[in-house]
Ligand binder design. Structure first.
Ligand SMILES: *Cc1c(COP(=O)(O)O)cnc(C)c1O
Length: 405
């Protein structure tokens, strides 16, 4: 429903705008869906195999195995490595719940190590001291679309005989030293949740690996451990990717490189705008780390603790979408209280949870909307407002209507 907007009730600036993303490609997606109905093959099959090949090509991995969600990608990866009861998995406390939920789900114990305050990724300097003789895997999260620096993790993994599994759910296409997320560990886990950079029309996930044995095992585990002919050598899950999802994802994958470029351009534009409004000391902008490329699943700024919630409510009052990822670090979640990692034990993750704010960065946010976000922040912080730079019909470099023809 659209209604007239006024100064008191301005047009919304959405944090996520799937309507804008899907509008120009609706006919492509509908054709893809019709193709699946014409075949009447709905689970796994050719569409899924084709998507797996395309994702493997994108990530430069030998294998890719579709599954039901990013969470299941993590669970299946840990199962394929025989991570289970008695084992510890070192991971980040500053991530979506599923990262540690998957560790717990396979019966292992998450061991949270604090994050780097600049990138919000695992502080890899702290991992060595968390290793014990029970550590079975290290599970870095490439948060917000930027890879964890892997060098030290690789060295620790080799010298201690532990595996590295990447939670790359937010980082499809991101690189570290020129290599894609998903081939930086034994297994890489991706989510096709609709808000991810490559999102389906529902849940979905995929696992990438260069290891044929692990790939075969994951393929078996996703179908109840069926080695073929109803011969169950182990107990797995029902975690298969639907053909409808694969068909939609294959259409969207053709646009992913473009969308990623636009996310980066939008990040650059926020940088210019925050500097223009002289907010770059009050608002800490995202940093692109050495040897990394960023795919900006989220554009997360950091504000002083007493400012964050003020800005959050001011933006919401102006109909500007924003959100806190993540308000509670995982070691402080009630379900992990028994692990004994108390408040104060992981200060950077705890500080981040009080200071971060995600702003609209999706490929179709317009320069005018981005300036509304920045002006909203300026107003909330009591800064002077210079004349606007962008007008409502300023399309930016890449108008989101360009596929409409
Ligand atoms: C989205 C996400 C997941 C889980 O993916 P689902 O497909 O929702 O199960 C796991 N880890 C991170 C970091 C995520 O962002």
């Amino acid at each position: 429903m659209s209604r007239p907007h006024s100064a008191a009730d301005p047009a919304p600036v959405p944090l996520i705008a799937l309507d804008r993303q899907h509008g120009p490609i609706a006919h492509e997606m509908q054709e893809a869906v019709a193709r699946v109905f014409a075949e009447n093959a709905f689970v796994l099959g050719d569409e899924v195999a084709a998507l797996e090949a395309e994702i493997a090509e994108l990530c430069d991995s030998r294998e890719a195995i579709g599954c039901a969600s990013g969470t299941d990608a993590l669970v299946l990866s840990l199962m394929a490595l025989d991570v289970g009861p008695g084992d510890e998995v070192i991971t980040s406390p500053f991530t979506f719940f599923a990262t540690a939920g998957a560790v717990h789900r396979v019966g292992a114990t998450p061991v949270f190590v604090d994050v780097d305050p600049v990138t919000f990724n695992l502080d890899t300097d702290l991992v060595e001291s968390a290793l014990t003789d029970r550590t079975k895997a290290i599970l870095p999260v490439h948060l917000f679309g930027q890879c964890t620096p892997m060098e030290q993790l690789w060295r620790l993994a080799v010298s201690n005989g532990v595996a590295v599994v990447e939670d790359a759910c937010q980082a499809i296409g991101a690189t570290y030293r020129g290599r894609r997320a998903g081939v930086l560990g034994a297994l890489g886990c991706f989510s096709f949740f609709p808000t991810k950079n490559l999102g389906g029309a529902g849940d979905g996930g995929i696992i990438t690996t260069d290891d044929r044995f692990l790939a075969d095992r994951v393929r078996r585990l996703r179908v109840h451990g069926d080695a073929g002919g109803y011969h169950h050598v182990e107990v797995g899950l029902n975690s298969r990717l639907d053909a409808l999802q694969a068909a939609v994802l294959r259409v969207k994958l053709r646009h992913l490189a473009d969308w990623t470029i636009r996310r980066r351009e939008n990040a650059d534009r926020y940088g210019s705008l925050f500097r223009h409004y002289e907010l770059d000391s009050a608002v800490v902008l995202p940093t692109i780390a050495d040897e990394c490329t960023h795919v900006f699943n989220q554009y997360v700024v950091r504000l002083a603790e007493n400012h964050r919630d003020t800005v959050l409510s001011a933006l919401r009052a102006e109909n500007v979408g924003c959100a806190v990822y993540y308000p509670t670090p995982l070691h402080l979640q009630p379900c992990f209280a028994h692990l004994g990692q108390e408040a104060g034990s992981l200060p950077e993750a705890e500080r981040a949870s009080r200071q971060v704010l995600a702003l609209p960065i999706h490929p179709d946010v317009t320069p005018f909307e981005q300036e509304r976000v920045v002006r909203g922040v300026a107003r909330a912080l009591g800064h002077a407002l210079p004349a606007p730079v962008h007008s409502p019909d300023d399309p930016g470099h890449l108008p989101f209507t360009r596929w409409a023809a």
